[in-house]
Design a protein around this ligand. Structure first.
Ligand code: G3P
Ligand code: CA
Length: 257
């Protein structure tokens, strides 16, 4: 059995900043998540037309901005002019989509930890992973807990690994593989991953034992119900990504949540 290395990250992860309480992937959302006591933040990073990493979940601009078309077709200067807050509520009208560098510097300045989901525009998997690695090599001090890179795309994790092999990686999995009915643990091992981050409904006691035995940590997304969180804690998993920063208090200790 492989020894499980210590996990340097908090259990609780604020999804896209503060879930649905503020416009996702904006600095206002991360600030709100921090006000709720969160110290570890998930974000979605992709490349602009001119090679700048910025935060947005979808490939297309329509759902979370007043722009149109594919985000990666715009330069960062154009992206910075979009309104990424009005779709959420009037209080956030005019909010900008930040660069990944801006979020990373905010995390560093506030002693917070960062989970970068490498969310490439389709076709840009490898280069987006490489860009994330290069950015963190440039700005993230070696004496600080490194960010965690995660992705559904093995090519993105491969790109990050090539450029920044020292930064931990986690493979995101939404479904069990057709045919085997299992998770793709071998891909995670081949990529030198430290974690498997699963759709929380997939975890079973057997799967947790298997992943831990392989030397990887077990994390889950997106967990918004108390019963689901308690199940994952009882299973012995290590991380929980949630929208419900208002429901779960990371500072809470003791039995259960
Ligand atoms: O990083 C975990 C989770 O965010 C993955 O799903 O679609 O919310 O990016 P999604
Ligand atoms: Ca995400």
């Amino acid at each position: 059995m492989t020894t499980l290395a210590p996990w340097p990250y908090p259990r609780w992860v604020a999804h896209r900043g503060a879930g649905k309480l503020a416009p996702e992937n904006t600095l206002s959302a991360f600030r709100l998540g921090a006000q709720y006591g969160y110290r570890f933040f998930e974000c979605d990073a992709k490349l602009s037309k001119d090679g700048v990493l910025f935060l947005m979940h979808d490939a297309e601009l329509e759902r979370t901005t007043n722009g149109h078309g594919t985000g990666s077709d715009l330069t960062m200067g154009e992206i910075a002019q979009l309104d990424a807050g009005s779709w959420h509520s009037r209080a956030y009208a005019g909010e900008q989509l930040p660069t990944l560098e801006a979020l990373a510097r905010w995390c560093l300045a506030n002693q917070l930890q960062l989970n970068v989901e490498i969310k490439p525009t389709p076709g840009q998997e490898l280069e987006t992973g490489r860009a994330c690695g290069a950015l963190m090599n440039r700005i993230w001090p070696q004496d600080r807990t490194p960010p965690l890179f995660t992705s559904f795309k093995p090519a993105s994790l491969q790109g990050a690994k090539e450029v920044a092999p020292h930064i931990p990686r986690g493979l995101l999995v939404d479904k069990l593989a057709d045919g085997t009915g299992d998770i793709d643990l071998q891909t995670a091992l081949d990529l030198g991953c430290s974690a498997m981050v699963l759709n929380h409904e997939l975890w079973t006691a057997e799967l947790v034992t298997k992943v831990h035995a392989a030397g990887l940590h077990c994390s889950s997304y997106t967990v918004n119900d108390a019963w689901a969180a308690q199940r994952l804690i009882d299973l012995g998993t290590d991380g929980i990504i949630t929208d419900r920063v208002d429901l779960f208090s990371p500072a809470q200790t003791g039995p259960g949540l």
